[in-house]
Design a protein around this ligand. Structure first.
Ligand code: ATP
Ligand code: MN
Length: 474
C-alpha cells in the first residue's frame, strides 16, 4: 500500500505491506518510513530482540525496504497509527558514512549538488509534488476551457522567434566543419540542411494551430542561452503558451488571470499538507532574516491573496508615471533610473510596482513598440503595442503576452523595421494572407509559477535538474 492511502485508512490490526526509504531509525526500534506518496512518514516498530543482528544493522537512513506488519493505533505520541513489523526486507542499504542525506538540516546549496538524492528530503518531495499537481492543474484547466493541447517543435529552423539567445543544434564535426567558399560554416551540409536551434518559444507555431483549432496551448521545454545568473532564470525551462483565435488583449488578460487563479485553487485543494509544510518552512527561514527581508505574508496567505483579489491592470504609461514620481527614483536608488517614457522596465521596477506600490499582482499593458517583439499588434497611437506582462510579488514577470498583429502590411512593415528577414517568416505571414483574424496569447514560465506556489526563492530548487550557465550536471 501507499503510505498516503494507508494513513487515511482506519487501523484495525490488519496486515499490510509498504515499501519505501528509511528516513530515520531510532533506538533500534522506530523506523520512520517514507515512500514519496505523501509528506508524512509512517512509523514502523520493529522488535529488535527477535531480529537478526545483521539485518538490524542494515536498517540505516536512506535504505530501501519492504515492511509487512499489523497496522494498529499507535501506542506512542506523535502519530495516530503505526505498523508493528512482522517481516522486513532490505532491498538496498545506504552506508551511513557516505550517504549524504542524513536526518539533519541541509542547506539548499548543498542539496543542489546532490540533485539526484535531494527529492528524498521533505522539502524537495513537497516542492516536486506541488509541481506535479500544478502541471496536472494546467492541463485540466485548459481541457475544461475547450483548448487543444499541441506540441510545437523543440528543434526550430526559424531564428526569428526573437525571445532571446539560442542554443545551436548541429551534427557537424566541430573539428572539421565544412566551410562555404566565403569561409563561413556550411550548414547545408548539416543534419537538417540548414542552421537549427533549440526553441525559445513555441508561440509562432502555436499561432498556426490556433488559426485552425481555435484555442490551443503548448506545455513544453524552452531554451535560452542568455548568461542570466539570477534566481529567476534557467537556460532550460518549461513554458505554457496558450494561443486563442478571436481573442483581443482584454480577453487575453481575463484568461491569464482566470488561469493562474484556477491552478492555484487546484493546489490549495490537492496539496494542502505539502503547502502547510512549505508555509511553515518559509516562516522558519524568515526568522533568520532581518526584518526588512521577511515576507510580509505567509505562503498560504499569499496564495489566497492572489486567488481572492483582482489583478490590477495598469498601462505602461501610467506605470512610468508612478515610477518617475517614486521615492527610489527621486533618490536615485534604482540601478536604472526612469526618466523617460520608452524606457524598458527592469526587474527592480517591476518589483517596486508590485510589492511597494500596488501591493498586488499587476498586469501592465500597452508597452512601447520599440521594446517589444515584432508580432505584437500596433495600437492606433502608432507608438504602443497590445502587449501585456503579469507581474507577481517576489517573482517579477510571470507572464508575457500580447494580441498578435493580424494585418499583413502592418506586420511586414514591423518585420522590416526590425531588420528581420521576411523570407524566414513566409509561413507565419501566410496566416495573415489566408483567413487572418484577431488572435492573442501568452507565455507563462512554469518554474516561476512553481516558485510562487511553493515559496522557494531560487528557481534552481523547483526543477529536478536545473540547467544554468556553467552547470549541466546530471
Ligand atoms: P525576463 O524579462 O524575466 O527575462 P522575458 O521577458 O525574457 O523574461 P518572455 O520571453 O516574455 O520572458 O517569456 C515568457 C515567460 O517565460 C516569462 O514571463 C517568464 O515567466 C518565463 N521565462 C522567461 N525567461 C525565463 C528563464 N530564463 N527561466 C525561467 N523562466 C523564464
Ligand atoms: Mn517578457
Amino acid at each position: 500500500m501507499k503510505i498516503k492511502s494507508l494513513l487515511k485508512t482506519s487501523a484495525t490490526g490488519q496486515q499490510v505491506t509498504v515499501k519505501g526509504w528509511v528516513r530515520t531509525f531510532r533506538a533500534n526500534r522506530f523506523i520512520a518510513l517514507n515512500d514519496g506518496s505523501t509528506l508524512g512518514n509512517l512509523q514502523c516498530v520493529v522488535d529488535f530482540e527477535s531480529m537478526d543482528e545483521a539485518l538490524l544493522k542494515s536498517i540505516n537512513t536512506g535504505a530501501a525496504v519492504k515492511i509487512t506488519g499489523n497496522y494498529i493505533e499507535s501506542q506512542g505520541k506523535g502519530q495516530s497509527y503505526e505498523i508493528q513489523v512482522t517481516d522486513l526486507h532490505v532491498y538496498g542499504e545506504a552506508d551511513p558514512e557516505s550517504y549524504p542525506i542524513q536526518p539533519k538540516k541541509h542547506s539548499l546549496e548543498f542539496l543542489r549538488e546532490k540533485a539526484h538524492l535531494r527529492v528524498r528530503t521533505a522539502t524537495f518531495s513537497a516542492v516536486m509534488r506541488v509541481r506535479s499537481a500544478l502541471a496536472f492543474g494546467v492541463h485540466q484547466f485548459f481541457r475544461n476551457e475547450g483548448f487543444q493541447y499541441v506540441n510545437t517543435p523543440i528543434v526550430t529552423g526559424s531564428d526569428a522567434e526573437g525571445a532571446g539567445e539560442m542554443f545551436r543544434v548541429s551534427a557537424l564535426d566541430l573539428k572539421n566543419t565544412p566551410l562555404t567558399e566565403e569561409g563561413s560554416v556550411d550548414f547545408s551540409k548539416d543534419f537538417f540542411g540548414k542552421e537549427t536551434h533549440l526553441t525559445v518559444s513555441g508561440q509562432l507555431e502555436a499561432e498556426t494551430y490556433a488559426m485552425g483549432l481555435g484555442e490551443v496551448y503548448t506545455f513544453g521545454p524552452t531554451f535560452r542561452a542568455e548568461n542570466s545568473n539570477t534566481t529567476r532564470h534557467l537556460a532550460e525551462f518549461w513554458m505554457i503558451e496558450p494561443e486563442m483565435a478571436f481573442f483581443d488583449l482584454n480577453d487575453n488578460m481575463d484568461l491569464a488571470e482566470k488561469f493562474i487563479k484556477n491552478v492555484l485553487v487546484y493546489i490549495l485543494k490537492e496539496c494542502e499538507e505539502d503547502l502547510m509544510f512549505l508555509d511553515n518552512r518559509l516562516k522558519q527561514e524568515d526568522k533568520s532574516k532581518p526584518q526588512a527581508e521577511r515576507s510580509p505574508m505567509g505562503l498560504l496567505e499569499k496564495i489566497k491573496f492572489v486567488v481572492e483579489n483582482e489583478f490590477k491592470r495598469v498601462s505602461y504609461t501610467e506605470a512610468i508615471d508612478v515610477l518617475r514620481n517614486s521615492k527610489p527614483n527621486k533618490k536615485k536608488k534604482f540601478k536604472f533610473n526612469i526618466d523617460q517614457w520608452g524606457a524598458d522596465l527592469q526587474s527592480e521596477h517591476e518589483r517596486f510596482l508590485v510589492e511597494k506600490h500596488f501591493k498586488c499582482p499587476v498586469i501592465l499593458y500597452d508597452y512601447p513598440a520599440t521594446i517589444k517583439a515584432f508580432y505584437m499588434r500596433m495600437n492606433q497611437d502608432q507608438k504602443t503595442v497590445r502587449a501585456m506582462d503579469i507581474l507577481f510579488p517576489g517573482i517579477g514577470e510571470i507572464v508575457g503576452g500580447s494580441q498578435r498583429e493580424e494585418r499583413l502590411e502592418v506586420l511586414q512593415e514591423r518585420i522590416k523595421a526590425m531588420g528581420i528577414d521576411e523570407e524566414e517568416l513566409w509561413w507565419y505571414l501566410d496566416l495573415r494572407r489566408f483567413g487572418s483574424a484577431p488572435h492573442s496569447g501568452f507565455g507563462l514560465g512554469f518554474e516561476r509559477l512553481v516558485l510562487f506556489a511553493t515559496g522557494m526563492s531560487n528557481i534552481r530548487d523547483v526543477i529536478p535538474f536545473p540547467r544554468t550557465p556553467q552547470n549541466a550536471a546530471f
